[in-house]
Design a protein around this ligand. Structure first.
Ligand code: SAM
Length: 268
């Protein structure tokens, strides 16, 4: 399959371009765009996902930091559909404003991308800040990151990322992708994950900042007991009020336990 053009990959921008047709088809199938959907891609690169999605859906907005890619992307896209290219850093893009200006009938967008792996966590947290504007997300990430995102209590990789994402989204790992599917091949396995933000009335967190502070403190010192790790954030009474044991460690506490604890504290 022709992606329209090729350019040398820039390592510092996390450029590992997908070339494996079967993987690309599986991602498009997982997204399964429907009429009226508003697709927003992070990091279109050389268009590996962009062009097949344009062929299928006709229109797409993409945010690309690498200015060298803009003109060739825009030129090659013309044969596939209408590409709205946003030049710049995805972390500076206000997804909520984007959804208000041009979202679907519910004022939402669908986010997707084979993410630059060095920016995975910042991009995920940035998306969480705009979760109300996002219907769902399909991301390619390092497999190890997807495992952390989806982990539950008791798992070695259960941590801040798991709790923060699962408090606001349903997290579903879809399939793994080997290094050979990319050029250049990354050193690690990758995986595609689906995130579906919960509707506002299904989110139990009362104050997002208090919740974030509790989770950060609890996992900041994951081998300590909650009583010690949460010093200055939550006292024994609050821990008990949330139904948690002060001698438990963060990695044993379910997402709902952190939510209950944060909700038992005064607002920031
Ligand atoms: N989607 C293409 C593919 O699958 O072949 C490219 C994926 S590559 C892993 C990540 C892409 O994100 C690159 O095109 C890179 O230039 C872009 N990128 C890196 N940092 C970015 C940022 N801060 N904002 C927007 N795009 C960025």
């Amino acid at each position: 399959m022709s992606h329209g053009f090729t350019a040398a990959a820039k390592k510092h921008l996390g450029q590992n371009f997908l070339h494996e047709r079967g993987v690309i088809a599986k991602i498009v199938q997982a997204i399964d765009p429907r009429p009226g959907d508003v697709l927003v891609e992070i990091g279109p690169g050389q268009g590996a996902l962009t062009f097949p999605l344009l062929d299928r859906h006709g229109e797409l907005t993409a945010i690309e930091f690498d200015r060298d890619l803009h003109a060739p992307l825009q030129a090659a896209a013309a044969a596939h559909g209408r590409l709205h290219l946003i030049a710049g850093d995805v972390l500076g893009v206000d997804f909520s404003a984007l959804a208000v200006r041009g979202g679907d009938a519910r004022g939402q967008i669908r986010l997707l991308g084979n993410l630059p792996y060095n920016l995975s966590s910042p991009i995920l947290f940035h998306a969480l800040d705009h979760a109300g504007a996002i219907r769902d997300m399909h991301f390619m990430l390092q497999k190890e990151v997807v495992e952390r995102m989806a982990a539950g209590p008791g798992s070695k990789v259960y941590g801040r990322l798991s709790v923060m994402l699962q408090a606001y989204c349903a997290v579903t790992p879809l399939f793994t992708v080997p290094p050979g599917a990319f050029r250049p091949a990354p050193k690690v396995d990758s995986a595609v994950v689906r995130l579906v933000p919960k509707p506002a009335d299904a989110i139990a967190v009362r104050d997002r900042e208090v919740f974030a502070a509790v989770v950060r403190a609890a996992f900041g010192q994951r081998r300590k007991t909650l009583r010690n790790a949460l010093q200055g954030v939550a006292d024994g009474a609050a821990i008990a009020a949330a139904g948690l044991r002060a001698d438990a460690r963060a990695e044993q506490v379910p997402v709902a336990g952190f939510v209950a604890l944060a909700n038992a504290l005064p607002r920031a």
